[in-house]
Structure formats: structure tokens, C-alpha cells
Design a protein around this ligand. Structure first.
Ligand SMILES: NC(=O)C1=CN([C@@H]2O[C@H](COP(=O)(O)OP(=O)(O)OC[C@H]3O[C@@H](n4cnc5c(N)ncnc54)[C@H](OP(=O)(O)O)[C@@H]3O)[C@@H](O)[C@H]2O)[C@@H](O)CC1
Ligand SMILES: [K+]
Length: 491
């Protein structure tokens, strides 16, 4: 898991640690890590450090201070270091250290853009967690100038300058990084889309504040976390204790979604799957999966809505009854169009951006799909708070928001996964995960957010396995779930 903390959380922790330590020590730890990573990059891309061209952009605050002390260390290794200050103010001790080590230090001028583009390595110390409002002039043209082939490796200190550390938005000019070294803990911008795309490879540097940090506000689940959280079959299990998943999917006109949701649940290891729906999809489901039981009965978790038409009264009645039962449920597709009052965290809504925009519109918000895609976490969060449910928003980064404010993400394994039916399979997998943890969810329904992200990780991994770098069909994703599980590190 990668944990991210807000600026306020980081500043509070940093304050407590700094009160016990000599002044400037945390900055020196940060600078040392930047210097080590810089040397590693220079060896990799330029074959060595001595004489290699390093340009350092240093802003007015402590992010600039980190950059200046790192510049001093890298200059002492023999690199050719030019520091360009990007503000009228500069960290005085840092600038003195850089000069003393042989680096040149002067203000940035617009024509320096070319020098930046020709460097082997560009350190971005313009702004960190104190930054706001995006890149300022005269730096705004810089990202486009660096975009050309053969430009420098860009190493961002703490975060790519221009990002808002606490948000996933990307609505202002940003200097995208190839590598981001973040200090103490990741920040929400590193994990939330679309901002996360500008961070490149993320490295969290231990500067000694971890012990003072509270519970993270954003978490990214990794495959190893999915292995840990997945409920394994136990010798004493029977099909009921493993979890029974009730699937209300498909209708007279839509059958494929029912089959795919059932496949997802079966392949993820449900003890039993019960199908609820009209005769035609029921026959097809039975044909494809003879192990499925058709008709009502006790279940531990529901999968509601794949392939259900909004005006299907028969399926609508089943969905309403399932939600009223209070049992954990995946609320997908057609079921999203008819949400009742009184949802709770164990109800996981699984919209894509367009569906979330429609849902928010019914709650009186003035948003469209583009607005949701521009800030997925904020909108998922808004919907979770307004409905009381957990919201899993599908996308390149899967973003899960609990009504209590926690956000859990899962990076997508392959872009090929955006294919028809993949969402139905995810709904089935998630139904099995919720059913397997029904006891834990009864004790603490807010665990649904983490479990939803677990299902997304496994779904993404199954897709990557099935796709093997190329296109993938939804049913193949379901078939690959067992292999995806056994391939998880720590399984
Ligand atoms: N937390 C920790 O444990 C540790 C933190 N450390 C480091 O400190 C950093 C935080 O330092 P910080 O608080 O001085 O703020 P910082 O990020 O340098 O930016 C604020 C300055 O930049 C300016 N500015 C603002 N927006 C801007 C923009 N868009 N474009 C350009 N400039 C902009 C703004 O000036 P103004 O708005 O007044 O012009 C202000 O002066 C943190 O990210 C980490 O790197 C480490 O040393 C290790 C320990
Ligand atoms: K930065």
C-alpha cells in the first residue's frame, strides 16, 4: 500500500518532529535522497556524473531549499550544476551552499528554456506542498519545450510543480516529471487521477516523520495488499461460509451482462451464485454456468444492475428488495438509475464517469462527464457523502470513496480493459469479495472501500494476464481471475 497524507497532516507531523531535531535536518535528509537519485539517473542516462549537465530550478520556499542543498551535493560529485532561481526570493543558506560547492546560481530568464531542454537532468524544486495556482510565468512554456525527444530526465522534488498537493485535479500548468521523490509520505496528488499521471515513477523517501503521521487520507492498494485481503478457502469451509452471491442482472432484452457478472462471481471463488432474473437470461446463465442456482434464497452479498433496463419493473423490484435487506451489495449500471434513500457504506456503487455525472445531476449537482473526469476523487467523494454509500468510480485509476471521507485507489493494469462487459465482470468479482467478508462488513461497513479496491486490483491483474499486452475480451478477464489471484505476490 502507498499511503498519502494531506498538506495539513504532513505539516503537523513535520512540526512535531522538527521540534526535537536540529534545525534543517529534515531538509538535509531530503536533499541527500535527491542527490543519490540524481547520481543514479545520471549514471543510467549519461553514463556518469562528472561533467554531466544538471539544471536545478529553485523556487522561493523550502522546496527550493531542498533543491539548492541537493545541487550542492551533486556539484561536489563533479557534475556541472546550474541553479536557476524562479522567484525574487531564495533559500539563502541553500544558495550559499550551492555556490560554495561550485554550482552557478542566477535567476531564470525566458531564454533559459533551451538550456533546460539540453540538460541531462532537470531538478524541479520550484514549489512543493506550499505551491498553488499552477506554474507561473515565465515558466509556463517550459513543459512544452521539454516535451521534445531527447530532453532531460525531469526529477520532481516532493511533487511536480504546478500540482495542488491535496487534489487529483490537473487544471493548471504543471511540469510533468519522469521521477518524483516525495518526502516523508506520498501526497494525494501522487495517487489520484489525473494528476498522478504527471508524477512518473514515485519514490517515497523516509525522512523520519512516519511515526508522527495519522491514518492516511488516500491509499493506493498494490497487488500484495490484494493477496493479504483476499479471503482464502479454509478446510472447515462449506459453500455457505465461503459466501453466497445473489446476482440480479440482465433482462428480457439483455442477457450478456448477466452471464458476465455471474462469470466474474464464479471465477472469483464464490461458494455459490444465485441468479435472479427472467426466464431467457436465466436459461443462458444456466447453460454457461450449470453450477449457478436460479431463484430466491439466502445470500451474503448482492450484485445488482448489470444489463438491467431502467424501466424493467420485474428486476427493479428484486433490486429494491435486495437493497432494503441491508446486505452488502454492488450497485451497478441499471441499478444506479433507481437508488433508494438510506444507502450505507456496505452498498458499493460502481459507476463510470458518465454514470456518476448522471447520478450527481439527480442529486442537484451541475456536473457533466468531463467535470467528473477532471477530478474523479472529488466527485466520487461528493456522491458517497450524498448517498451514504461507498462509490467505486471506474477509470484509468480506479477511485473508491467511502462516505466517511477515506479514498482508496487501484492503478489500472492495462488500458485494453476499457472494453464492453469488463464492468459486469468487475461487479461479479466484487460481489464475491463482499460475500466472503460479510462478517467483517457487518462489524465495520466502512471496510467496503478497501474491499472494492481489492476487487479492482484483481480485475486489473486478470485483464493484464488475459490481454498479454494486446486486446482482451471481458469473458477472458473473468477466466483469468484464478490465475491472477495465484500470481499475486504473497499469495
Ligand atoms: N514537510 C516536510 O516534512 C518537509 C518539507 N520539505 C520541503 O518543503 C516544501 C514545502 O516548503 P514551503 O512550505 O516553503 O513551500 P514550497 O512548496 O516551497 O512553495 C511555496 C513557495 O513557493 C511559492 N509558490 C507558490 N506557488 C507557486 C507556484 N505555483 N509557482 C511558483 N512558486 C510558487 C510561494 O511564494 P509566493 O506565493 O509568496 O510567491 C512560496 O514561497 C516541501 O514540499 C518539501 O519540498 C523538506 O525540506 C523536508 C521536510
Ligand atoms: K517541485
Amino acid at each position: 500500500m502507498i499511503a498519502a497524507h494531506t498538506v495539513a497532516q504532513v505539516r503537523a507531523a513535520e512540526g512535531r518532529v522538527m521540534a526535537r531535531l536540529p534545525a534543517g535536518l529534515l531538509m538535509q535528509r531530503a536533499a541527500a535522497a535527491v542527490d543519490v537519485e540524481s547520481a543514479r539517473i545520471l549514471r543510467e542516462v549519461a553514463g556518469g556524473v562528472v561533467g554531466r549537465r544538471v539544471v536545478v530550478l529553485a523556487g522561493a520556499g523550502d522546496n527550493g531549499g531542498d533543491a539548492l542543498f541537493a545541487a550542492a551535493r551533486t556539484a561536489r560529485r563533479g557534475a556541472d550544476v546550474l541553479v536557476l532561481t524562479t522567484s525574487g526570493r531564495v533559500h539563502a543558506a541553500g544558495a550559499a551552499a550551492a555556490r560554495a560547492a561550485g554550482a552557478r546560481v542566477r535567476p531564470f530568464a525566458p531564454e533559459d528554456t533551451a538550456l533546460c531542454a539540453e540538460a541531462d537532468l532537470l531538478l524541479d524544486g520550484i514549489a512543493g506542498i506550499g505551491g498553488s495556482g499552477g506554474l507561473r510565468e515565465p515558466l509556463r512554456p517550459l513543459p512544452a519545450a521539454l516535451d521534445a525527444d531527447g530532453g532531460p530526465v525531469v526529477l520532481a522534488l516532493d511533487l511536480p510543480s504546478g500540482l495542488d498537493a491535496d487534489a487529483g485535479r490537473l487544471d493548471a500548468a504543471v511540469l510533468p516529471a519522469d521521477v518524483t521523490l516525495t518526502f516523508g509520505t506520498a501526497k494525494p496528488c501522487h495517487l489520484l487521477g489525473p494528476a498522478a499521471r504527471t508524477c512518473g515513477r514515485l519514490v517515497v523517501v523516509d525522512i523520519g516523520i512516519t511515526g508522527e503521521l495519522p491514518a492516511p487520507s488516500v491509499r493506493r492498494l498494490e497487488p500484495v495488499d490484494a493477496a493479504r485481503a483476499w479471503r482464502r478457502a479454509r478446510p472447515e469451509d462449506d459453500k455457505y461460509s465461503r459466501g453466497v452471491v445473489g446476482v440480479v442482472a440482465g433482462g428480457a432484452d439483455y442477457t450478456g451482462a448477466a452471464v458476465l457478472a455471474v462469470e466474474g462471481a464464479v471465477r472469483a471463488g464464490a461458494g455459490m451464485v444465485r441468479y435472479g432474473g427472467p426466464a431467457h437470461p436465466a436459461e443462458l446463465v444456466r447453460h454457461v454456468r450449470p453450477e449457478v442456482v436460479v431463484g430466491p434464497g439466502r445470500v451474503q452479498a448482492w450484485v445488482l444492475g448489470p444489463g438491467v433496463a431502467p424501466d424493467d419493473e420485474e428486476q427493479g423490484a428484486r433490486i429494491a428488495a435486495a437493497l432494503a435487506s441491508g446486505e452488502p451489495a454492488v450497485v451497478d449500471a441499471g441499478a444506479l438509475a433507481r437508488l433508494p434513500e438510506g444507502l450505507a457504506p456496505q452498498h458499493v456503487l460502481t459507476p463510470h464517469a458518465g454514470e456518476l455525472a448522471r447520478l450527481l445531476a439527480t442529486l442537484g449537482r451541475d456536473v457533466d462527464r468531463a467535470a467528473v473526469e477532471a477530478d474523479p476523487a472529488a466527485h466520487a467523494h461528493d456522491a458517497a457523502r450524498a448517498t451514504g454509500a461507498t462509490v467505486l468510480l471506474k477509470g484509468t485509476v480506479t477511485t473508491v470513496a467511502g462516505p466517511g471521507g477515506d479514498v482508496v485507489t487501484a492503478a489500472s493494469a492495462t488500458p485494453w480493459l476499457s472494453t464492453a462487459g469488463a464492468g459486469d465482470v468487475l461487479a461479479g468479482i466484487l460481489g464475491t469479495v463482499l460475500a466472503g467478508h460479510a462478517g467483517a462488513l457487518a462489524a465495520d461497513p466502512t471496510r467496503a472501500a478497501e474491499l472494492a479496491a481489492v476487487a479492482a486490483v484483481v480485475h486489473g491483474r486478470a485483464a493484464a494476464l488475459a490481454a498479454a499486452g494486446g486486446p482482451v475480451a471481458a469473458r477472458d478477464v473473468a477466466d483469468a481471475v484464478p490465475a491472477a489471484l495465484t500470481s499475486l505476490p504473497g499469495w
